[in-house]
Design a protein around this ligand. Structure first.
Ligand code: SF4
Length: 452
C-alpha cells in the first residue's frame, strides 16, 4: 500500500490550476487546422507502407438516451434508431476510405468503442458495425476489444450479445452510487443493476471490467463518496478510473444545470480523491499513474510492472500499438507520427463522408523535440520517475532546472540517475508534467481542467 500523505491546504491553493491531462503531447488545443484531409491521407499511405505493424482502432458512437448534466463528452441525444443506423453506415464508409488508403487488410491488436453510449446502439446496428470491422481488418484472436457501457441501457442479455460479437473488456459508467449526487447530475441509475452487470460480465468471461468514478460532483461529501467506494470494492471490478469532474459550462452548456455553488470546495474535492486512493489501495488495488487503480493480476498492473504501460487518448493503456485509427465524430487518432482529429459536429461529419472526404478538422505533425518531450511526459505520468538521459536531447541541466522549485516543495527528488516523484508530489503529477511542456500550450481555464 503506498504512503498517502496529508496535503496542506496551502499547497492545493498554489497548485490547483488549469493544465493538460497529457493524453497527447502536444495537447489538442495546440494542433492546427492546417493539417487536413490531404495530410491525413499522406499519413495513411505512409502507414500502409509499414506493413506488418498492427494498429489500434477507436470508434466514437456519440448517441445517448439523455444528456447527463455533468457530461463533458461529445454526445448527441436521439430516440431514433434510423439516426444511429445512418451513422453506422457512414462509419462503414469511413472505414472503407481509410482501408483503401492503407491498401491492405490491416492487423488489429486493440479495439475500443467509446462515446456517447456505444451500448445504446440497437442490436442490428451493432452487428453491422462489428461485421464491417471484421471484414475490413484482421482483428487478432487475442486482441483487447473493449466497449463503454451505460448501465441504464444495458442488460445481462446485451452483455451476452456483446461477448458473442467479440468484446472481451467492459467499462461501466458508475460515477457515484449516492442518490443525492445522481439527482444533482441528472443521471439516475441503480446500484443493483451495476452489481448484476458486474456479476454477469464475470460469468460471461469478460477479461477485464472497469468502473468509471467521478469525484468533485455536486452534493458529494466525504461520507457519501466513502460509501460509493465501499460498494465499488464489494463489486470488485478489475480496474477503476477515478476522474475529477471538470466544470466548464461555457464549453458544455448542459453543465449549466449544475450550480457552481453546489460543487464541493477544492479542499473537499481533493479529500474525495484522497479517500479514493486510501480505500482502493487498502482493498488491494494498485494506484496507477494519475487516476487509475487496478487489481494485481489486471493487464494494466502487469504492464506497469513490465514497462509497457502507456498513456494515450484512451488514458492509461497496456502495450498499445503505435498507430491508432479513429472513426466517427470527434475521433482522435495517431498515424505514423501525426495526430489527427475528426469533426465533432454530427452534420458536418455526415456531409464530409457523403462527399467522399475524410472529416478531418485538425492535426499535428510530431517534431523531433515533440517526441522527446512527449516520451518524457508519458514516462513521468506512467512510472513516476524520469531518467535524466531522457532529457539529454533537450539539455538536461536546463530541463531539470524547472524542477528545482518542486524539489524544494517536496514533490520530487533528484536521485543519482533519475528524477523521482515523491508521495506528496504524486498528487501534483500534472503540474510536474507541465514542466516538460515546451510552454506553447495555452493553459487557460477555458481550455483545461484543474490539475488537482
Ligand atoms: S455522461 Fe455518458 S451517457 Fe451521459 S450524456 Fe455524456 S456520454 Fe451520454
Amino acid at each position: 500500500m503506498p504512503e498517502v500523505p496529508l496535503i496542506p491546504h496551502e499547497l492545493l491553493d498554489r497548485y490547483d490550476r488549469p493544465g493538460p491531462r497529457y493524453t497527447s503531447y502536444p495537447p489538442i488545443p495546440s494542433w492546427t487546422a492546417d493539417f487536413g484531409e490531404p495530410e491525413y491521407r499522406e499519413a495513411l499511405e505512409d502507414l500502409g507502407r509499414r506493413r506488418g505493424d498492427p494498429v489500434a482502432l477507436y470508434f466514437h458512437l456519440p448517441f445517448c438516451v439523455a444528456r447527463c448534466w455533468y457530461c463533458g463528452c461529445n454526445a448527441t441525444v436521439t430516440r431514433h434508431d434510423h439516426v444511429q443506423e445512418a451513422y453506422v453506415g457512414r462509419i462503414g464508409r469511413e472505414i472503407g476510405m481509410i482501408c483503401d488508403a492503407l491498401g491492405e487488410r490491416r492487423g488489429v491488436a486493440q479495439v475500443h468503442w467509446g462515446g456517447g453510449t456505444p451500448n445504446f446502439l440497437g442490436p442490428a446496428a451493432m452487428e453491422r458495425l462489428a461485421e464491417t470491422l471484421q471484414r475490413r481488418f484482421r482483428v487478432a484472436p487475442d486482441a483487447a476489444v473493449a466497449i463503454e457501457i451505460d448501465p441504464r441501457v444495458a442488460s445481462v442479455e446485451q452483455l451476452g450479445r456483446l461477448r458473442a460479437l467479440g468484446f472481451n473488456r467492459l467499462s461501466i459508467g458508475v460515477q457515484d452510487f449516492d442518490p443525492a449526487v445522481q439527482a444533482a447530475i441528472g443521471r439516475i441509475q441503480s446500484e443493483e443493476t451495476v452489481g448484476e452487470l458486474r456479476e454477469a460480465a464475470r460469468d460471461l468471461g469478460f477479461r477485464s471490467v472497469n468502473f468509471d468514478l467521478v469525484y468533485g460532483l455536486p452534493a458529494q461529501t466525504e461520507a457519501s463518496f466513502a460509501r460509493t467506494l465501499q460498494r465499488v470494492v464489494e463489486m470488485a471490478p478489475d480496474r477503476i478510473a477515478c476522474f475529477g469532474y471538470a466544470h466548464v459550462p461555457w464549453a458544455r452548456p448542459n453543465q449549466r444545470r449544475i450550480e457552481a455553488a453546489a460543487l464541493p470546495h477544492r479542499y473537499t474535492r481533493f479529500a474525495l480523491f484522497r479517500r479514493a486512493v486510501m480505500t482502493l489501495t487498502t482493498a488491494g488495488y494498485r494506484w496507477i499513474g494519475l487516476d487509475h487503480f487496478a487489481r494485481p493480476g489486471d493487464e494494466l498492473t502487469l504492464a506497469l510492472d513490465g514497462g509497457t504501460l502507456r498513456r494515450n487518448f484512451m488514458g492509461y493503456v497496456a502495450d498499445p500499438p503505435a498507430d491508432l485509427l479513429a472513426f466517427g465524430t470527434s475521433g482522435i487518432g495517431e498515424v505514423d507520427g501525426r495526430f489527427v482529429q475528426n469533426d465533432a459536429h454530427l452534420g458536418r461529419y455526415q456531409r464530409a463522408i457523403d462527399a467522399g472526404m475524410l472529416p478531418i478538422v485538425r492535426g499535428h505533425v510530431l517534431s523531433g523535440e515533440d517526441r522527446v518531450r512527449r516520451a518524457a511526459i508519458e514516462r513521468l505520468l506512467c512510472t513516476l520517475e524520469l531518467p535524466y538521459a531522457w532529457l539529454a536531447p533537450l539539455g538536461s541541466d536546463e530541463a531539470l532546472a524547472r524542477f528545482r522549485p518542486f524539489a524544494d516543495e517536496g514533490f520530487v527528488r533528484f536521485d543519482q540517475d533519475r528524477l523521482a516523484v515523491t508521495a506528496t508530489g504524486r498528487f501534483f503529477l500534472r503540474n510536474l508534467a507541465m514542466q516538460l511542456d515546451a510552454g506553447a500550450t495555452d493553459v487557460s481555464p477555458e481550455r483545461f481542467s484543474r490539475t488537482v
